[in-house]
Write a protein that binds this ligand. Structure first.
Ligand code: LLP
Length: 489
């Protein structure tokens, strides 16, 4: 049957039929992941069947070596590019992408700082023994308790998101007889995603202080400027500088560069108008990774150099000394360090009309195979939430079988429960096989849930040929722990 060997009309245009189904597309995988002599996927020499036997599935399998290398690579690339501009860059790992105490400690050991966005993330940082000076706190709706906690921990920066919050932080710090170190999160009107960015004057989103001139009651002053003026006036606030974050999964440097230019121009204007110095500028995160073979992220050095060139020339043009630059990458450090290991269960094939655009004859149907695995949207919500594409390989063995267009789905009671929407997998994939989905280090475990009372998978870290839990998997007992039981009804 030719329809299983060639490109399926049901496949999206970007998805090519792989010439070798056993091959691994290197940019999607952590260093140290390869097929062993027996054809099985292995990480640091540990075959996936061993991981499955020891830790179960689904399982997040993370290379500590890869995580550390990417963290260090970001720091080195940005330090090198900005050395002559501001003496280097402070890299804050965005903990929201994936955080546990082990990861927090690796981040510190590699010379990075940590960006948090809740009291819970601060608790992890505290447990890992991270110095408060190396922590930032984000969030558009920080509670008083979170602000107090930040002050208790003597945080290096609280990134204030609104005029309301600025007042609250100032009041709380003043009540404690302390001075809060504050950055202001601005919305520069630049939104970027993958290869494109858009620039608009106005912002219609919950985050940040608008830079558009007419957005507040104070005639002519933007919310951003009002915040600068107010922060400067408070005795209990030390205004360190400005912050922006323009989006996620960004491949091209232009959006970052435009945002840098806009913020520097504003920073220079504020410095001169209010006779202040704003020593810091944070350009946020958002650096993209390869989820599928068509994703082509740029190396950190290339992005760093492009951003440095704009910061250098803009500062020269404005006649200002560059503030100390910081960035907040999450996904680009942790995303590719991890794959998810699943076991295949039920398989079924349906026949589907080809989309009109595929140009197939009417009344001709094509097969789509559904491959069910033992996890799903509870361990990777990104396909459901963002239509995110992933890839997958047969991990427990190699095969010479033909490629077959497949949809990897979870075990949840929800038809949208898709893990990999479209992927060519070997036609002989069968129950009991192990599948690996790469690129699941960021925003997968972090967004995981207990939907349908599935226990959330744990995370195993591999280093130097040994694997150990850094977050153990949940048990049924964990699931029932908070249920108060029938005695309380
Ligand atoms: N800094 C700030 C202020 C952020 O809001 C974010 C992400 C980051 C840094 C890190 O961005 P990254 O380098 O990891 O792209 N759940 C979505 C992404 C949400 C991102 C939220 N903010 C996803 O899975 O695609």
């Amino acid at each position: 049957m030719t329809e299983t060997t060639g490109a399926s009309p049901l496949a999206p245009e970007w998805l090519a039929v792989p010439s070798d189904l056993n091959a691994l597309h290197a940019p999607m995988w952590a260093a140290g992941v390869e097929r062993n002599d027996g054809g099985e996927l292995a990480i640091d020499g540990i075959p996936v069947s061993e991981l499955k036997a020891q830790f179960g599935s689904p399982l997040f399998v993370m290379s500590e070596t890869d995580f550390r290398a990417r963290a260090r690579a970001f720091k080195d690339a940005f330090d090198a590019a900005f050395e002559d501009i501001c003496g280097g860059v402070d890299v804050y790992y965005a903990g929201k992408s994936f955080l546990c105490t082990a990861v927090a400690s690796w981040v510190a050991e590699e010379g990075l700082r940590l960006d948090t966005c809740s009291g819970g993330e601060l608790a992890v940082a505290a447990r890992a023994g991270i110095d408060g000076a190396n922590l930032g706190l984000h969030g558009n709706n920080k509670s008083d308790a979170e602000i107090n906690r930040a002050l208790d921990m003597k945080l290096g920066r609280i990134v204030v998101d609104s005029l309301d919050e600025l007042e609250r932080v100032a009041k709380i710090a003043s009540g404690r007889g302390e001075v809060a170190k504050v950055m202001l999160r601005l919305t520069p009107g630049v939104h970027a995603h993958t290869h494109e960015f858009i620039a608009t004057a106005h912002e219609d989103q919950k985050f940040g202080l608008s830079m558009a001139g007419d957005s507040t009651e104070e005639a002519g002053l933007s919310a951003a400027e009002e915040a600068v003026a107010a922060a400067t006036a408070y005795d209990s606030v030390e205004l360190l500088g400005l912050h922006c974050h323009i989006g996620s999964q960004i491949f091209e440097p232009e959006g970052f560069a435009l945002a840098a230019e806009k913020l520097l121009t504003f920073l220079a204007a504020m410095q001169s108008k209010y006779s202040i110095t704003l020593p810091e500028l944070d350009l946020g995160g958002g650096y993209g990774i390869a989820y599928t073979p068509v994703d082509t992220p740029r190396p950190a050095a290339e992005i760093a150099q492009a951003m440095a060139a704009v910061v250098r020339s803009t500062c020269a043009q404005l006649g200002i000394t560059s503030p100390r630059i910081s960035i907040e990458p999450g996904r680009a450090i942790v995303g590719s360090s991890t794959f998810t290991l699943y076991e295949v269960g039920t398989l079924k094939t349906v026949r589907v009309d080809a989309p009109e655009a595929a140009g197939a004859a009417e009344n001709v149907t094509f097969p789509r195979r559904y491959v069910s695995v033992d996890g799903g949207m509870s361990d990777n919500a990104r396909p459901v939430l963002y239509d995110a594409d992933y890839s997958a390989v047969l991990a427990s063995r190699t095969t010479l079988a033909e490629p077959q267009l497949s949809r990897v789905v979870g075990k949840h009671c929800e038809s949208g429960d898709i893990v990999v929407r479209d992927v060519y997998l070997p036609a002989d994939v069968a129950a009991g096989d192990l599948l690996a989905v790469p690129g699941t280090g960021a925003y997968c475990w972090a967004l995981s849930s207990n939907y349908n009372y599935l226990a959330r998978p744990g995370v195993v870290a591999v280093r130097g040929g040994t694997a150990r839990w850094i977050v153990r998997g949940e048990t049924e007992e964990d699931l029932l722990n908070r249920d108060m039981g029938v005695a309380n009804v």
